[in-house]
Design a protein around this ligand. Structure first.
Ligand code: GDP
Ligand code: MG
Length: 245
């Protein structure tokens, strides 16, 4: 096990990586300028297996962006509103900015095939609290096959953790191979489960090509710095696109 050989953000696109596919704002456009009130927020989906740390990541991003962005969160649970309740209790975001979708069905369906309830939840957020810069949509916990519809989110993050061992990136699946950002969470547990982070890094690169991966321990970094920086980068491009549209 040689976790110390792996940088915490080994091939993330942070702050700017020409090897990662992306677009540039037009010259003269300030990517950090506030969006006009009618502009659509950047919608970022957060998927991954049950327990990998999706809700913990949402909480971390709420902390990171508290004084920076107008933020909304939509959670998906099959039979409960547990994740939304957790976030409200954690006090990381005004409860009015959190909506829960009870999917009542296979979690894939609500984020991929029948996205109406999630789109309604985003509309209700904007109706309730006003314009937003960023909406985070957490999927119901799932396996390695869940992906979001591009009609629901602009970008997707897939969260796996090291607790199941270092084989997870190698097993592939659309989340691991095609998500815009792969997060390998709970690196603090790697020594306990004998997971070799350098193996996970090598396999993620093999599966993902130039797409970025961030290694993270939310316990050690409660602001999820590497992921927050990636979101800022994507938001700047989103604003640049809107400004020239
Ligand atoms: N040790 C450790 N535990 C974590 C980390 N991130 C999340 N957890 C814990 O993992 C469990 C599942 O996290 P949760 O966010 O609910 O996972 P979700 O089902 O993907 O939303 C919770 O007990 C978290 O406190 C981490 O980086 N390290
Ligand atoms: Mg959750």
């Amino acid at each position: 096990m040689r976790p110390e050989t792996v940088s915490p953000t080994p091939h993330a696109s942070i702050p700017h990586d020409e090897t990662v596919p992306h677009t540039h704002p037009e010259p003269g456009v300030d990517p950090h300028a506030p969006l006009p009130p009618t502009a659509r927020p950047l919608r970022v989906g957060i998927g991954g297996p049950v327990g990998s740390g999706k809700t913990a990541l949402v909480a971390a991003l709420c902390r990171a962006f508290a004084d920076e962005l107008r933020l909304g969160v939509v959670t998906n649970d099959i039979y409960t509103t547990e994740d939304a309740d957790f976030l409200r209790r954690a006090g990381v975001l005004d409860p009015a900015r959190i909506r829960a979708v009870e999917t009542g069905c296979c979690p894939h369906t609500a984020i991929r095939d029948d996205i109406g309830a999630n789109l309604d939840a985003i509309d209700e957020l904007v109706d309730g609290v006003g314009p937003l810069d960023l909406v985070l949509v957490e999927s119901g916990g799932d396996n390695l096959t869940a992906t979001f519809s591009r009609g629901l989110v602009d970008r997707q993050i897939f969260v796996v953790d090291v607790a199941g061992g270092d084989k997870v990136p190698r097993k592939g699946g659309p989340g691991v191979t095609a998500a815009d950002l792969l997060v390998i969470n709970k690196t603090d547990l790697a020594p306990l489960v004998r997971a070799d982070l350098s193996v996970m890094d090598r396999d993620a690169r093999a599966r993902r090509g130039d797409l970025p991966t961030v290694f993270l321990s939310i316990v050690g970094d409660p602001l999820a710095t590497g992921v927050a920086d990636w979101v800022r980068h994507e938001l700047a491009h989103h604003r640049g696109r809107l400004a020239v549209a």
